[in-house]
Design a protein around this ligand. Structure first.
Ligand code: FE2
Length: 161
């Protein structure tokens, strides 16, 4: 994706990420609905807890930028991203991993936003640097999350063989 060089694109991505993080936060609700191993449950709890914090970070930037906090799925996203009914554990974590990688890439794109756009959207002093710092933290966390998912998929494969 080319460098983000207009305000609307950044605004839409922030709204999209807010929605995805909210959906990720809901991952724990699957604990009681499907059969999972203890290790899987621990992984889901980490992912869910961190996504809650990520959602708050993204929300902070939505508010700072006077961008509407979405109450419904932004266009292009389904109402509910995750449906694990009937899926095997490895498929579940494979699905989650795709979104963790997507999130990481979007935060990487956001970090590379044209500085003029960042200062236009967040004109307060220090905000542009803080925005970049937050993106760095989110990128690191999402990388960890992708690895957590990978480990769950690998763990399952070992049991299979
Ligand atoms: Fe994540």
């Amino acid at each position: 994706m080319p460098i983000i060089n207009n305000k609307i694109t950044l605004e839409k991505l922030l709204q999209k990420m807010y929605w995805i993080e909210s959906e990720m936060e809901q991952l724990v609700t699957w604990e009681g609905r499907i059969e999972l191993m203890n290790e899987n449950i621990e992984a889901l709890e980490i992912l869910s807890h961190d996504s809650d914090k990520h959602g708050e970070i993204v929300k902070k930037w939505l508010i700072k930028g006077n961008i509407r906090v979405p109450e419904q799925a932004p266009s292009g996203l389904p109402k509910h991203i995750f449906d694990f009914n009937g899926l095997a554990n490895e498929e579940i974590f494979n699905t989650i991993m795709k979104y963790e990688i997507l999130a990481m890439n979007v935060y990487k794109d956001m970090k590379k936003t044209d500085m003029e756009i960042i200062t236009e959207l967040f004109p307060d002093e220090n905000d542009s640097m803080d925005f970049i710092k937050d993106m760095d933290k989110l990128i690191k966390d999402e990388e960890k999350h992708a690895n957590i998912c990978k480990k769950q998929i690998g763990g399952f494969a070992k049991i299979m063989y």
